[in-house]
Design a protein around this ligand. Structure first.
Ligand code: DC
Length: 210
C-alpha cells in the first residue's frame, strides 16, 4: 500500500541525509522539496531578472532516483548548493505563486507511489494526510557545526560564525513568512537530533514508520 512520510524542520537539521537513508531502506522515493525551491532560485539568478509568474510558467524541475536535480533539462545538483542560492531559495519561498506551483508539483510526485518528502511545510500544507510526520530539529550551534564539518571535509573554506548567522537568518525568514511558514504540524513527532547520530535518527524514524 502507498505510504507517505513527511519530514520538516529548520536548515541543517539533517532532513535530507536521514530521509535519503530511510527511503533506501523502505524502498520509497525520496523527494527533496528544498532542492525544488533552490532550482527556482537558480533560474531567477541565471535570468538576471526579478522572479515572475512567466519565469515559472515553463520551468522544468526534475529529481531522479539518486536525488540528482535537473533544471530545464540540465543537471544542477551542485549548482544549487551555494550560499547565494540558499538565500535566494528562502526569498522565492515567500511568494504565493512560487509556493502554489511547487506544491502542485510535489503533490503530483507523491501521488506516484510511496514517498518520504522533506521540506518546511510538507506536514502542514503539502501532504497534510501523510501517514507519518516528523519534525526534525537540532540546536543552531549543532546545525552550524555540522555544516562547517561538511564544508571542511569537502576542502572548502568555512567560517563557523558566518554559517551560524546564515542559518539563523534563514530560519527566521522561513518561520516568519506569511504563507506556509516552517512549523511543526500538530500531529508531527518531534525529533531533536542535537545529541543523536545519523543512525540513531534513522532508527527512530524507521521504528515510527512500522
Ligand atoms: O531544505 P533547503 O535548505 O534545501 O531549503 C532551501 C529553502 O527553501 C529554505 O530556506 C526554505 C525553502 N523551502 C520552503 O520554503 N519549503 C519547503 N518545503 C522546502 C524548502
Amino acid at each position: 500500500m502507498k505510504k507517505i512520510i513527511a519530514v520538516d524542520g529548520p536548515a541543517g537539521a539533517g532532513k535530507s541525509t536521514v530521509s535519503k537513508i530511510c527511503a533506501a531502506r523502505l524502498g520509497y522515493t525520496y523527494i527533496d522539496t528544498g532542492a525544488m525551491y533552490r532550482a527556482v532560485a537558480l533560474k531567477v539568478l541565471l535570468s538576471g531578472k526579478p522572479v515572475s509568474e512567466e519565469l515559472l510558467d515553463n520551468i522544468k524541475i526534475e529529481l531522479d532516483e539518486s536525488a540528482r536535480v535537473y533544471l530545464d533539462g540540465r543537471e544542477v545538483t551542485k549548482d544549487i548548493r551555494t550560499p547565494e542560492v540558499s538565500r535566494g531559495a528562502s526569498d522565492v519561498a515567500k511568494l504565493g505563486f512560487v509556493r502554489s506551483k511547487l506544491t502542485e508539483l510535489q503533490r503530483e510526485m507523491a501521488a506516484r507511489g510511496s514517498v518520504i518528502m522533506d521540506g518546511r511545510d510538507i506536514g502542514t500544507q503539502v501532504l497534510p494526510n501523510a501517514d507519518l510526520k516528523i519534525f526534525l530539529t537540532a540546536s543552531v550551534e549543532e546545525r552550524a557545526r555540522r555544516r562547517f564539518e561538511e564544508l571542511k571535509l569537502k576542502g572548502l573554506a568555512a567560517d563557523l560564525a558566518q554559517i551560524r548567522n546564515e542559518i539563523t537568518l534563514r530560519d527566521k525568514q522561513d518561520s516568519e513568512r506569511e504563507i506556509a511558514p516552517l512549523a511543526q504540524a500538530d500531529d508531527a513527532v518531534l525529533v531533536d537530533s542535537t545529541n543523536m547520530t545519523i543512525e540513531q535518527v534513522v532508527a527512530k524514524i524507521l521504528e515510527l514508520a512500522k
